[in-house]
Design a protein around this ligand. Structure first.
Ligand SMILES: [Zn+2]
Length: 142
């Protein structure tokens, strides 16, 4: 069975695995043709769902539509879809919001721990934290 991450990664450029279940890639939205940096963070959760975050703060739905995917493509079909075959669009959106909030919370937690350990955060890290915080704010406004 095809996992969401196997569906997404071939559609992205400059994909590089950074750790188990974590990849970085070029953002299909804001990076130009010649850019070689990887601002997109792709994370596979233990449920098989995939989370995407762009350091530059690109919109999650826009990134997905740029690669021709739908938010529901980021969830594994076996456990999730079978249980929610009759789920309404609202329920699916809710699931997406929960997963994204969890992702933002994880990013913030990691950043906070780094600060607690006395580690210096790079501008990239700080931008990620700020982005995650505003993502959370936005998600909770729904
Ligand atoms: Zn971007």
């Amino acid at each position: 069975m095809i996992q969401p991450v196997d569906l997404l990664l071939p559609k992205l450029d400059l994909v590089k695995q950074s750790s188990p279940g974590k990849w970085r890639a070029k953002c299909p939205i804001h990076q130009d043709r010649n850019s070689r940096s990887r601002t997109l963070v792709i994370t596979e959760t233990d449920t098989g769902s995939v989370l995407i975050h762009c350091h530059a703060g690109c919109n999650f739905e826009e990134i997905l539509s740029a690669v021709g995917l739908d938010a529901s493509d980021l969830f594994p079909t076996d456990s999730y879809i079978q249980h929610t075959k009759h789920a309404t669009k609202t329920q699916k959106n809710l699931r997406s919001i929960i997963e994204r909030s969890r992702f933002a919370a994880t990013l913030i937690e990691i950043g906070t721990r780094q600060v607690l350990r006395g580690e210096e955060l790079s501008t990239d890290d700080l931008n990620t934290l700020a982005g995650a915080a505003s993502d959370l704010q936005e998600l909770l406004d729904v």
